[in-house]
Design a protein around this ligand. Sequence first.
Ligand SMILES: NC(=O)c1ccc[n+]([C@@H]2O[C@H](COP(=O)([O-])OP(=O)(O)OC[C@H]3O[C@@H](n4cnc5c(N)ncnc54)[C@H](OP(=O)(O)O)[C@@H]3O)[C@@H](O)[C@H]2O)c1
Length: 349
Amino acid sequence: MATHRQIIYTRAPDGMPDAGCFRLVEAPLPRPADGQVLARTHFLSIDPYMRRQMGGGQPQYAKPLQGDVMIGRGAGLVVDSRHPDFRSGDRLQGEFGWREHALLNGRSLRKLPQDLRPLSLSLGIVGQSGATAFGLADIASIKAGETVVVSAPAGAVGSAVVARINGCRVVGIAGGPVKCQHVVADLGFDDCIDYKAGPMGPALAEAAPEGIDIYSDNVGGDILHAVLPCLYINARVPISGQISQYNRGESQGLRNTSVLLDKCVMLQGFRIGSRLARRDQALDQLLDWYRAGRRKFHETVAHGLEGARGAHQHAVGRQYRQAGGAPGRSHRMSQLRRGRFGRRATCKW
Ligand SMILES: NC(=O)c1ccc[n+]([C@@H]2O[C@H](COP(=O)([O-])OP(=O)(O)OC[C@H]3O[C@@H](n4cnc5c(N)ncnc54)[C@H](OP(=O)(O)O)[C@@H]3O)[C@@H](O)[C@H]2O)c1
């Protein structure tokens, strides 16, 4: 009987997720029923939201069930289809879960264009993360000439925000001098503050001397608290994530809130999953930008299904893509062993 490997979610983490939260098992390779496809996993996206799903905070989507395959978006190729819209060899993206092959319902799948390479882009800057940046820009009603500050600017969401902001001064807040340099030199931000280098207040005052019109918040916690007093009148603060809080037992809560009243500030949360029509529009635009060579990307790829567990331990601080292959006997897997599969991987912050 043909088998493949999958990773089971075994228990909720206490703080940082560890290898004990997962178990690698061998399982029978399923066959598609009517309306289904069987796809081989090439990439799994290891995203911050997964940590929230596993416990600690209100989960946004379906929670992984203990004893079930770990959840996760993936991209790969159809190997067997009983769905009228998909044929073997089609490239697609969907809710694969952490397994080498996924049995997928055609309704939840996105067929990917043949020219989108590497496939991992469909999980990042030409995918859900990139589309989130559109929602943030919509909420903020950005106008030319405004000063926009973006946290986690080197991440999949933050790096897509800048492309939406024409005619504004755009300042990132990132961890470390190398990352800050990357944000300015490669991603096109006007300035970047290193939040690990010391108190942020003086640096923010220098980078935005007239105050901040928009703060696109991807991290919450101390960075949000440092930015609030530096906001200008009628500032907008779209909140897409709180990555600094996901491993904490207790959230830091919101401080410095008097500024909301004093400066008539608007804070608004945003989830791309609650605006699917906007997401689809955004994906088309992102693809156009990619084809026109206007999208820059850096990814970190951990190899093999085993790599997903280690990568996940960093998911709340970095985003990784897990490059998958077929079961060990296949041609692809031998490529993986020789390390050629990952030649596309540069680095993803
Ligand atoms: N609302 C939505 O629909 C939606 C969709 C996608 C993502 N999100 C959220 O958006 C945020 C970014 O996601 P992403 O996919 O861009 O993640 P990503 O690519 O994994 O990047 C995460 C970034 O967060 C920064 N970071 C990690 N821990 C931090 C901490 N304790 N304090 C400050 N910064 C920290 C890291 O940069 P440094 O090394 O510079 O710290 C890293 O570059 C997350 O909060 C995620 O949950 C929301």
